[in-house]
Design a protein. Structure first.
Ligand SMILES: *Cc1c(COP(=O)(O)O)cnc(C)c1O
Length: 235
């Protein structure tokens, strides 16, 4: 058995939802202001169906081919698919056509392609800029200093809608250290908003740092392991 049983997944979703609710209370966040994105990368389609039957309707995927087979296999318009992986420029068309959100924009060229390739009659593709808040060359994302300029450029593109910022900080078990990059991202969002660009999303927090992220204003937590169990492939 290399993936969680149906009961386990259902139970995990319930307990994550109640933890989010408790953390919202603890940090005086509005109830329901943090959305749960279930990260189903590398998981079989049955696991997505199980989560969907628990009223989980937002799913995050990193690997395009793996994602496309689940998207066409389930083919339910009630599911919102979020692309949260590294974007290769020759893959933008399939992303623009099959997803409703992309969290990992870190250069203008990719945003331009997604906007051009998004069907004009579909709602605009929701996007977040991925920001490098950890100052490590190995981490992807745009530098903090370059984010405002990129946000201005992206916000003028016609078929994508810039919703906010996303980050994946370097892992640490220390709660106060976990909060720092999330606080930076929150401040950056406020700065960009003060320049007249409307943003409503902070995509931050994973299984191990969800509380720190919600404490600092996260509006979408991206949770994989705590719902579906340990992955075999490590990311
Ligand atoms: C895998 C992944 C997650 C989920 O991580 P967990 O630790 O399993 O909760 C969230 N965001 C991104 C971008 C990921 O690649």
């Amino acid at each position: 058995m290399n993936h969680a049983s149906q009961n386990t997944i259902a139970q995990n979703i319930k307990s994550i939802r109640s933890r989010i609710w408790q953390i919202e209370q603890k940090y005086a966040r509005l109830p329901g202001s943090v959305q749960l994105l279930a990260v189903s990368k590398t998981r079989p389609i049955e696991d997505v169906r199980t989560a969907f039957s628990e009223n989980q309707s937002h799913f995050g995927e990193n690997y395009l081919q793996d994602a496309l087979s689940k998207i066409s296999g389930i083919s339910d318009p009630a599911i919102n698919w979020h692309f949260i992986g590294t974007i290769q420029s020759n893959k933008t068309r399939q992303i623009a056509e099959n997803f409703s959100w992309v969290h990992t924009i870190d250069r203008l060229k990719i945003a331009q392609r997604l906007s051009e390739q998004r069907h004009p009659e579909h709602p605009p593709l929701n996007v977040c800029i991925q920001v490098n808040t950890s100052d490590e060359s190995s981490k992807s994302g745009v530098n903090i200093e370059e984010t405002l300029v990129l946000a201005k450029e992206i916000s003028s593109l016609p078929h994508i809608h810039l919703r906010g910022l996303m980050t994946i900080p370097a892992a640490t078990g220390n709660f106060e250290q976990q909060r720092q990059p999330f606080r930076l991202l929150h401040e950056l969002k406020e700065e960009i908003q003060s320049q007249g660009i409307e943003l409503d999303t902070l995509s931050m927090g994973m299984s191990n740092d969800m509380e720190a992220a919600i404490a600092e204003g996260s509006t979408i937590v991206r949770i994989g392991t705590a719902i579906f169990g340990q992955r075999i492939r490590k990311d």
